[in-house]
Design a protein around this ligand. Structure first.
Ligand SMILES: Nc1ncnc2c1ncn2[C@@H]1O[C@H](COP(=O)(O)OP(=O)(O)OP(=O)(O)O)[C@@H](O)[C@H]1O
Length: 251
């Protein structure tokens, strides 16, 4: 086992490029996220936010540059890739729960299969996590029997069951009915307060203002602004960020 590298940033991207055919989607992205930091990624549609998240979880290969998590370069394949996926939890817009498994089984499955935890221990931890996200009383139900907000909280518990070092959220509330958005944001805010390193792509400006340490604004594959939420929302520097905020805040 490698010793944790406590001096390295939890996430490091150095001059990362990503192309989809002729489309240059990530352009020389350089970014350090210290441990415990909560970074909200904002930007117009198509600016590369999802691709950035997916690259950090190795769901998308990159074409140039380097990505490290906790001081280790991202593995290309094999066992190390499974380790990376365990260390970097990801929550998507769609909840991606296994439909034919109960909520408890959904949260228990990977810890048993990948972390090789004994079933009893995995179930105990899963129930604690379901308690933490407020749905322990739904443990024996199937995903379709839960509301969207409850399903997303189950997806967060499932990611946490792998004891990730980092959590990536890609528009976790975009598919939810408005009345369920806050319950998911509350779980994310609590996780942030607990010191989890988080990268969050969201259009929820309230979350960005309240829970983020840092806002990154992307446009056309570039990081155009990198500032505190209060700087970003009160005095954005670039015309592109001003336009974006103008559109979002008048909606
Ligand atoms: N698998 C793919 N193949 C080809 N092009 C892709 C693929 N995935 C994304 N793209 C393109 O890459 C660009 C960046 O997409 P990405 O999803 O990262 O943007 P985004 O900022 O997350 O957008 P949104 O807010 O709409 O989700 C877009 O032009 C998109 O059409």
């Amino acid at each position: 086992m490698t010793e944790p590298n406590t001096t390295a940033p939890m996430i490091r991207l150095a001059a990362v490029d990503k192309f989809f055919g002729p489309l240059h989607v990530l352009k020389q992205i350089t970014l350090d996220v210290p441990r415990g930091q909560v970074v909200v990624v904002l930007g117009p549609s198509g600016s590369g936010k999802s691709t950035l998240c997916r690259a950090i979880n190795r769901l998308e290969p990159i074409d140039a540059g380097r990505i490290e998590v906790d001081g280790s370069p991202l593995p290309a394949e094999g066992k190390d890739l499974a380790r990376l996926r365990a260390e970097v939890g990801m929550v998507f817009q769609s909840f991606n729960l296994f439909a034919h498994k109960t909520i408890l089984e959904n949260v228990t499955l990977a810890p048993v299969k990948v972390r090789k935890l004994p079933v009893a221990q995995a179930r105990k931890t899963a129930l604690e996590l379901l308690e933490r996200v407020g749905i322990a009383n739904q443990a024996d139900k199937y995903p379709a029997q839960l509301s969207g907000g409850q399903q997303q909280r189950a997806a967060i518990a499932r990611a946490l069951a792998m004891r990730p070092k980092v959590m990536l959220f890609d528009e976790p509330t975009s598919a939810l009915d408005p009345e369920m958005v806050q319950e998911v944001l509350d779980v994310m805010t609590a996780l942030a307060a607990d010191g989890m390193t988080m990268l969050v792509v969201t259009h929820e400006m309230g979350f960005a203002r309240k829970a983020a340490h840092r806002v990154i604004f992307m446009s056309d594959g570039e990081v155009v602004e990198d500032s505190t939420p209060s700087e970003f929302f009160t005095a954005p520097k670039s015309g592109r960020a001003k336009d974006f905020l103008g559109k979002i805040l008048t909606h």
